[in-house]
Write a protein that binds this ligand. Structure first.
Ligand SMILES: Cc1ncc(COP(=O)(O)O)c(C=O)c1O
Length: 283
């Protein structure tokens, strides 16, 4: 089965897809994106991803008129054509093509492309043992709630974590001493039977799975606090986990050199992942 790209209105093999060097994405990372996936063959939280894409487009003033029905049809066709059991869809919209100058182009329309690839699965042994994370000062910009492709700080933080033997990085604000999020996932702590997660705002991405898990927890009688979370709280937490489209609900069992709880995925994390998987059956 081929990986597929949708670009310039056509579905073509991904390896044949090309973006002009003059695309604003190449020069300036002047583009926004979404990553979403299928569960049981159906696109998960499509409307939530489209709503966030609309917010990102508006925030950076890329004039792309997003028609959700039109997009849903293009996505469905891509999924059908690649034929994978579960598909990961990457969607990017840039400000279009122009010679390299700062002012926005007026002659060329925004460039949309999508890629359709197999959804990566977290290996069962990783899920079983949980992740170790390295706390890294957040050196990203002040508008992390906009999903732009400008991800160099995220990539460098993730690589720093890997180079030091950790699975991922968690950003914190070194001045305010509060936690933000992981390099491509949101962060939750558990203290007793309570969940605590950094409140939405300009320093984190409003994760689609984050909101879904907050709602799921509350529906199941688990209290969730959305607020500033001090760095010390994760080191004292009983449990922690990440949420995201590919992570789902994924345990964190060590922060820097500090094990959380007994150093294994805790009961609340396991319960929430169970509730998450169960809920997908009723979508
Ligand atoms: C920085 C960051 N935070 C959080 C998330 C999780 O978002 P979602 O739950 O919509 O996958 C992502 C996903 O890519 C991300 O890049």
């Amino acid at each position: 089965m081929p990986d597929i790209a949708y670009i310039q209105g056509k579905y073509i093999p991904l390896e044949e897809a090309r973006l002009p060097l003059t695309d604003r994405a190449c020069y300036f990372a002047d583009a926004v994106y979404e990553v979403f996936a299928t569960f049981g063959g159906k696109v998960f939280l499509f409307d939530e991803h489209m709503a966030r894409l609309e917010r990102s487009l508006q925030a950076v003033r890329i004039p792309f008129a997003l028609d959700r029905q039109w997009m849903a049809e293009r996505v469905a066709e891509g999924i059908r054509r690649c034929g994978y059991t579960e598909t990961l869809i990457y969607l990017q919209i840039s400000r279009g093509e122009a010679l390299r100058e700062k002012k926005s182009p007026t002659a060329s329309p925004p460039t949309l492309f999508m890629t359709f690839r197999p959804k990566p699965q977290i290996p069962p042994d990783v899920r079983e043992r949980g992740l170790s994370v390295l706390l890294v000062p957040d050196d990203r910009w002040a508008r992390c709630n906009i999903k732009t492709i400008m991800l160099l700080p995220n990539i460098l933080a993730h690589q720093k974590a890997l180079d030091n033997g950790f699975d991922d990085a968690v950003f914190y604000d070194a001045q305010r001493n509060v936690l933000h999020e992981a390099s491509s996932a949101n962060l939750f702590l558990a203290a007793g039977n309570r969940l605590i997660t950094p409140a939405e705002g300009p320093k984190i991405l409003s994760g689609t799975v984050r909101s879904y898990v907050v709602r799921l927890a509350r529906e199941n009688g688990i209290a969730v606090e959305e607020r500033d979370v001090e760095v010390g709280e994760i080191l004292r937490a009983d449990e922690a986990f990440l949420t995201g489209t590919t992570s789902e609900v994924l345990a964190v069992v060590r922060v820097n050199q500090t094990p959380l709880g007994d150093g294994r995925p805790g009961p609340l994390t396991r319960r929430l992942h169970g509730l998450f998987l169960e809920s997908l059956k009723h979508l």
